[in-house]
Design a binder for this molecule. Sequence first.
Ligand SMILES: [Ca+2]
Length: 226
Amino acid sequence: MNLNNKTIKGGYMNKYSNLLISIAAALLFTISGCSSFPDDPEDKLIFTDDFNRSSSATVGNGWLEDPNGSGCGPKDITGAISKNMLYFDFVDAQSHAHVEYSIEGAIARLEYDYTPQFANDTLTSMYAQILFRDKEGKTLGTIQYFRVNEGYEPVATTPTFYQDYGTVPFDGTTQYVSIDARKILNTLLTGVDPGKIATTAIQLTFSAGWCNTTARGYFDNVKVYE
Ligand SMILES: [Ca+2]
């Protein structure tokens, strides 16, 4: 779903539908005693980061930073905080940089926004990975939500790897993502034993395939549910 969908969806909300929702929420409160009204009542929000903090060269709030590390040009590019978002800024660079946040157990859902701001070449991508790991830290299975401007082909699903593939313009439009990790784990990652999952790592990656790529992008509003 992109921002346009969000806007269209919001456009349907008139005062009457708001009233109906209020009545429905009031009924739910009465019946269940539940004060919240989540999308999926089974999912519980366990981690959130809106990156609303001072601009900084480091991301903070428990995120590990992994620089691009290889390829042409500078090899020390990491995430930063800019405009109250997580920011990646490649200038004449290559390869991929990511940040990672680790959570105990298997997560149910990951949501975030991202803005592919600018890219001067193809093979520029922004993606999230959900890595299910055992107690030794070995990755048992991976969900990858992959978006590239142009040039990469989809990667086939295996019992331990699932890719949601798509193309996206680097034109500054904010995109919303919701990944049903529990469903993918239970139905597609058939090679992963859920009982062996000790931690889930969330990785947010910015990647440039060509030398001399100048590209920028933001991630924001990360929400993790269990
Ligand atoms: Ca923010």
